[in-house]
Ligand binder design. Structure first.
Ligand code: SF4
Length: 263
């Protein structure tokens, strides 16, 4: 196995800035074969990612984390996308139902510390169930979403999953996203039409006013302290000094170089 740090990805990330999302999807499939999956929360960007995978016929599975307290519209969107795009959508679920968790620990999402614990149990831990199954995970993070995502790299290490995160849509801005949705009539979550700029659990997501930031509807009851759930490592840590471990040959191919020694 070889160590792949975020710092070593800098030159590759620079060259990837010129590639389109579809080119990056093909690179991911060529590079990782059946050891790459996508993650979608069935929001707009995730729907576009699903559409691109389907139209490219890349046969990449899509992981969907169902926390057990999702809006019905989100579950319906997942089912429609699976059916109409003929995608293999794999639903991952927490170990406990929300009721079992609440009986044991109380209503966690009403405090800042509790939210972190709840998101970890209901979002991060379900994803960890497939930790050794994939070497790379495609996501739909975009720099246009601002905040921590304003600097989101195309390739990022995810030490907790020991996988490479690939964000092929990092450079897609809001206008380009909406143009793609219109042109391809992408199936999108109907909640976007009801004022939801981002969509998560029904306990912690509200619509936003046109004048509010996009993520103002997430954990609104907690004030400005809880902006991300932690399922995307670049949201919570820049990870510049962090690393993952992958087979040497794979690391060489990702970096486009051959090395015989790595520190
Ligand atoms: S968004 Fe809220 S309900 Fe959902 S996992 Fe996080 S804290 Fe729990």
């Amino acid at each position: 196995m070889a160590r792949l740090s975020q710092a070593r990805l800098v030159p590759v990330n620079k060259t990837f800035e010129d590639r389109s999302p579809l080119e990056l999807l093909h690179w991911a499939k060529d590079m990782f074969g059946d050891r790459v999956a996508a993650i979608s929360a069935m929001q707009e960007s995730g729907s576009v990612l699903c559409h691109m995978i389907a139209r490219s016929k890349l046969n990449i599975p899509v992981l969907f984390v169902d926390t057990g307290v999702m809006y019905q519209e989100t579950l319906d969107t997942r089912d429609r996308i699976a059916r109409e795009y003929a995608l293999n959508i794999v639903t991952l679920t927490p170990r406990e139902t929300m009721q079992q968790q609440t009986d044991r620990l109380g209503v966690l999402y009403l405090s800042v510390d509790g939210q972190k614990q709840c998101c970890h149990m209901r979002k991060v831990e379900p994803l960890l169930q497939v930790r050794d199954r994939y070497d790379a995970l495609l996501g739909s993070l975009r720099r246009s979403d601002g905040g921590k995502r304003g600097e989101c790299p195309i390739l990022a290490v995810d030490p907790e999953m020991n996988a490479l995160r690939i964000n092929p849509m990092a450079g897609v801005d809001d206008d380009q996203l909406q143009a793609y949705i219109r042109e391809h009539r992408v199936i999108t979550n109907p909640l976007h039409g009801q004022g939801f700029s981002t969509i998560g659990c029904n306990r912690c997501t509200t619509p936003v006013l046109p004048t509010e930031p996009k993520r103002a509807g997430r954990w609104r009851h907690l004030g400005p302290w809880s902006m991300y759930c932690g399922i995307n490592p670049t949201d919570v840590d820049d990870a510049t000094s962090q690393a993952i471990e992958l087979p040497q040959d794979l690391v060489d191919r990702i970096l486009g170089q051959k090395t015989d020694f790595v520190i």
